[in-house]
Design a protein around this ligand. Sequence first.
Ligand code: PLP
Length: 411
Amino acid sequence: MIDTAAIRADFPVLARQVRGEPLIYLDSAATSQRPIQVIEAERDFYARLNAAVHRGTHALGEEATDAYEAARDAVSRFVGGGEIVWTKNATEALNLVAYALQNTTLDGGPLALREGDEIVITEAEHHANLVPWQQLARRTGATLKWLGLTDDGQIDLSTLDRITERTRVAAFTHVSNVTGAISPVAEIVKAARAVGALIVLDACQSVPHMPVNLVELGVDVAAFSAHKMLGPTGVGALWARPGLLDQFPPFITGGSMVEVVTMENTTFLPPPARFEAGSQATAQVAAWTAAVEYLERIGMANIAEHEAELTAHCVAGITQIEGVRLLGPTKGGIGVVAFDVDGVHPHDVSQFLDAGGIEVRAGHHCAQPIHRRLGVRSSSRASFGVHTTPAEIDAFLDRLSEVRRYFGVIS
Ligand code: PLP
């Protein structure tokens, strides 16, 4: 059990009203709200120790660097250890990996993909873990394949044999940002490991909502963003198992990632600096520590239990509303519930809910293929955070049950 009343007091935005109603924020999967501890931590960086990191030979520079590197330790600890590279967001982290896997400086090396190689993803992917692989396949002549989905949007393990001896990369989401379904990580890792594929996990929707130990999961690289886990906007993490990044070529080049530069040549720093060219989002990185500590204080197991209960409560309610179809599993999902309202466009659903102070997402949620697979172009999505309460879900369900009448689909 977590103390949602105490937690809610930490989130200033929850005190506001929307359209004259108390705010019910059900869009944490898009971006989470921030507790005051995180807002203050970012402010504190600017107020007390703002300076360029890894450059200044002065006290401020040292303190800023310490805060920046302490965040790396905190985020790494939070996911079970391993190396962390700061990126702009999870999308950039995944692009970095896709770039490394085609870069010609690795010619002849173990990582560069070639014609005949295969990349396997799933039909459930967010575009961030789909488009970079599609583009990589185009650039290298490799073939993109994918694991299929069951009718309730879960990864169909009968398609696991699409991972073959030719598979060089297996990239998949840990938790779907549309259905909330948790992927069968162990099975996919086992199949990918057996053929020596690089295993890439999109952990954007898992790391904020449940205990995740990336080392124990046995993946090679992973990506997630601070802004989805109560942290600042503008910073993400590429996580890698120790030693792997040594094999990756630089991605963005320039200052702060070099050893010696002549007019003819450049030698590069080892990771993580090799991948952190130019001035970084220092205050945001430093404040990510506060988000990690906040989540750790509550306990990820407690958060997962809370959010699984909310999800089950929401799913049970949605399946009882006539004309509303759940897009996802009835059991086992976490944090996210998508649905289709018969006869009402998701944008109208969202606006109707918004008029009652309830904020949900409408659209394809950057995941068009899974919507196509589930037979819709777009959907509405409610998603939860550590501050969400069952009463908020009840208010959402009450209003949702009015939407078809409001739009004249039923009388
Ligand atoms: N992967 C998943 C599953 C997501 O939900 C998101 C964001 O919605 C992303 C990747 C991309 O994250 P970001 O926009 O922070 O790069």
